[in-house]
Design a protein around this ligand. Structure first.
Ligand code: MCA
Ligand code: AMP
Length: 506
């Protein structure tokens, strides 16, 4: 078997410059590449000694730290499947992810350890380690005593490197299975397409439990052997302080809206920058234009999804067009109607893709996987797309019922099911409305039953706040007497979206 372990690609770069700086930042110490290699080696030894075997899952819900990145690299090295979880998830959500993925090891923040141990015990987890956002905890304590040498486990290209849960339009979240080859092919494509170089300095402000911050940003830096200025979280003022030292920045549209809201975000602050990229949600043309005017830089918008990494990108050297996501990367794309019939150029249809970046399916959900692939192997993205006469692709809407708020996906079905469980609620409908900061805001319309006559919007929010991640909690809740329906009895969400816009104005 050819060894296709993704870590080897990175290590080939790391070993050329052991003394160069890999990570630094205003609230972290400096890490050199040799330390990254050794740290990942020690943690890999610990994970295997703890009884995990190659192929087993390691579920990780921790704050952002370089040690969390080392843990990711350690999982690759040990042939384990990395399963990162949003730090905003609450117990009810975690219980599902852990029982569904059956990890051998769980790593969590010390403050959540008791709660997670209880969940992990029921799911047959072998070991729970802790890691806080300063990089301290039992994981690093135990790893420190172990050797840094570790022979990276051989992996076939199709072996799993990671599982990332993405919410489903119906029912529960699905674990997208990503192989070593999936991640390697996308990393090499982006590194080449965006012309990453050894002297690049990536200013990193994204969370590291999603594709954007973990794979897109870090893999490019690793392949280039460049330095990462690592911020614990996005904070517009801190980004502006660090920008003059950086050459590349990646963000969701909310980051750019917030940067433009700061008076000292200027051309001067961006003087050493060569590339700003945006994605995870649509970048408004007004943000794109305001950015050019303020900084002289043209944001490069790209489009992707958890199941495939990056799918299209505006060009590095050619014209970057507002409101477009550029051209297909190294995957085949086509635009088809609901039945799978290819539409004519210029017409709107759903984007379908096939290529080395496309995932291996949903974890233990063969029927759901089959439903999202065409018989000839194309994956149906659910994104309404139009290819213009200029050849640029434009994402014009979504065939899936999905809200993207500040770059995080929220599936209305999931929120509705939590609201419907509240005593006094007859039914509910959740929609997104345009929001100046988050792009879209989650809004709920709730109908009370006979016993819920006294129910208020505040009661609804309070009842679900402890159960679901904060970013999913509706920013507005309206108690209404009924929901608008069509002749078939289907809730008219378009009408509710219009109502949400009108009500937000008053
Ligand atoms: C935080 N809040 C949010 C969000 N984030 N509400 C809605 N949407 C959000 N995204 C809540 C907080 O819990 C808080 O609620 C209140 O809003 C205000 O918090 P604030 O301090 O403003 O938030 P923040 O901590 O500054 O976070 C905003 C953020 C963050 C920096 C934009 O959401 C973020 O880092 N987003 C990036 C997401 C991302 O990386 N997505 C990539 C997915 P309360 O007051 O009630 O406590 S990968 C992907 O999509 C594909 C593959 C792709 O193409 O990249
Ligand atoms: P996720 O499931 O978090 O990977 O989110 C993927 C979804 O984000 C895609 O299916 C799109 O709907 C959306 N998305 C990502 N990038 C863009 C973009 N540049 N423009 C519009 N939508 C985007």
């Amino acid at each position: 078997m050819t060894d296709s372990n993704l870590y080897n690609l990175f290590d080939a770069r790391f070993e050329q410059q052991p003394e160069a700086i890999a990570f630094e930042g205003p609230s972290i110490r400096t890490y050199r590449f040799q330390e990254v290699r050794e740290g990942a080696g020690r943690i890999a030894n610990l994970l295997l000694q703890s009884g995990a075997a190659p192929g087993d899952r390691v579920a990780v819900q921790v704050g952002k730290s370089v040690e969390a990145v080392l843990l990711y690299l350690a999982c690759l090295r040990a042939g384990l499947v990395y399963l990162p979880l949003n730090t905003a998830y609450k117990s009810a959500e975690l219980e599902y992810f852990i029982s569904d993925s059956e990890p051998a090891i769980v790593v969590c923040d010390p403050a959540a350890a008791d709660e997670l141990r209880a969940i992990a015990n029921n799911a047959g987890v072998r070991e729970v380690f802790t890691l806080d956002s300063d990089g301290n905890g039992s994981l690093m304590d135990r790893a420190a005593a172990l050797p840094a040498e570790f022979v990276t486990v051989r992996r076939a290209g199709d072996d799993l490197a990671a599982i990332l849960y993405t919410s489903g339009t119906t029912g529960r979240s699905k674990g997208a299975m990503l192989s070593h080859d999936n991640l390697a092919s996308n990393a090499k494509t982006l590194h080449r397409y965006w012309q990453f170089r050894e002297d690049d300095i990536l200013l990193h402000a994204l969370p590291i439990f999603h594709v954007h911050g973990l794979f897109v940003a870090l893999h490019c830096a690793f392949l280039a052997g460049g330095k990462v200025i690592f911020l614990k979280k996005f904070d517009a003022e801190e980004v502006i302080r660090q920008l003059p030292r950086a050459t590349v920045f990646m963000g969701v549209p909310t980051f750019y809206v917030r940067l433009l809201g700061e008076a000292d975000f200027t051309r001067e602050a961006c003087r050493n920058m060569r590339l700003f990229t945006a994605g995870s949600a649509p970048l408004l043309e007004e943000t794109f234009n305001a950015f050019v005017e303020r900084t002289g830089h043209v944001i490069l918008e790209r489009y992707g999804m958890t199941e495939a990494g990056m799918i299209t990108s505006n060009p590095y050297e050619g014209e970057r067009k507002a409101g477009t996501v550029g051209f297909p990367l190294d995957n085949d794309v086509r635009i088809a109607d609901e039945e799978g019939k290819i539409v004519k150029d210029g017409e709107i249809g759903i984007l379908e893709i096939k290529g080395p970046n496309v995932f291996k399916g949903y974890w233990r959900m063969p029927e759901k996987t089959a439903a999202e692939f065409r018989p000839d192997g194309y994956f149906i993205t659910g994104d309404m797309t139009r290819k213009g006469e200029d050849g640029y692709y434009r994402i014009v809407g979504r065939a899936k019922d999905l809200i993207i708020s500040g770059g995080y996906n929220v599936y209305p079905k999931e929120i509705e099911s939590f609201i419907d469980e509240i005593s006094g609620v007859e039914e509910s409908a959740v929609v997104g409305r345009p929001h100046p900061d988050f792009g879209e805001a989650v809004v709920a319309f709730v109908v009370a039953n006979a016993s819920g006559a006294a129910l208020t919007a505040g009661d609804i929010t309070a009842a679900i706040k402890d159960r679901i991640a904060n970013f999913k909690v509706p920013k507005e809740v309206y108690i209404v007497s009924d929901l608008p329906r069509n002749a078939m009895g289907k809730v008219q969400k378009n009408q509710l979206r219009d109502q949400a816009i009108e009500r937000a104005k008053s």
